[in-house]
Ligand binder design. Structure first.
Ligand code: IDP
Ligand code: MG
Length: 156
């Protein structure tokens, strides 16, 4: 099982789309192991987006993510990172395929509703930035054995 950090960005909350986006992940079978609403500080945004520091869009990205509250989640699933990135779609709504979150809900080439970790290393780093270890709550789901094939030694 893999974990990923998902952020519903300020435009998702301001546009009242947070519930619908969370529902997509729930319906797919992801387990929510942590979730909170928060205002991202400039300091935290600069740490999170340090890899983009030299990019021309960096100042706008930092002001966007800090402009209004976000919902941050840790989601767990088999191949959580690749599956969630596919569900998010291409970076901007104008390019993202219909059927993806960005493709269905957005048009902007700057505001794009959602962040998702893009590698296991990024996921570990980002989860550590936003959550303390004891905020991750794994629990046994009643329906788990109908989401994964549990007949072998590991879920498939
Ligand atoms: P990703 O979110 O699809 O992984 P990245 O290239 O990692 O996209 O960029 C991180 C974030 O920076 C994007 O989600 C978006 O909010 C912002 N961003 C990326 N490229 C641009 C741009 O050309 N203009 C404005 N914002 C951008
Ligand atoms: Mg990225």
């Amino acid at each position: 099982m893999e974990k990923t950090l998902i952020i519903l960005k300020p435009d998702a909350l301001q546009r009242g789309l947070a519930g619908r986006i969370i529902t997509r992940f729930e319906e797919k079978g992801f387990q929510v192991v942590a979730m909170k609403q928060m205002l991202v500080s400039r300091e935290l945004a600069e740490k999170h987006y340090a890899v983009h520091r030299e990019k021309p869009f960096y100042p706008r990205l930092v002001s966007y993510i800090t402009s209004s509250p976000v919902i941050v989640m840790v989601l767990q699933a088999i191949n959580a990172i690749a599956v969630s990135r596919k569900m998010m779609g291409a970076t901007f709504g104008s390019k993202a395929e219909p059927g993806t979150i960005r493709g269905d809900f957005g048009l902007s080439n700057s505001f794009n509703l959602i962040h998702g970790s893009d590698s296991p290393e990024a996921a570990a780093f980002e989860i550590g930035l936003y959550f303390k270890p004891d905020e991750l709550l794994r629990f046994e789901r009643a329906g788990e054995r109908w989401i994964y094939d549990m007949s072998g030694s590991t879920p498939e």
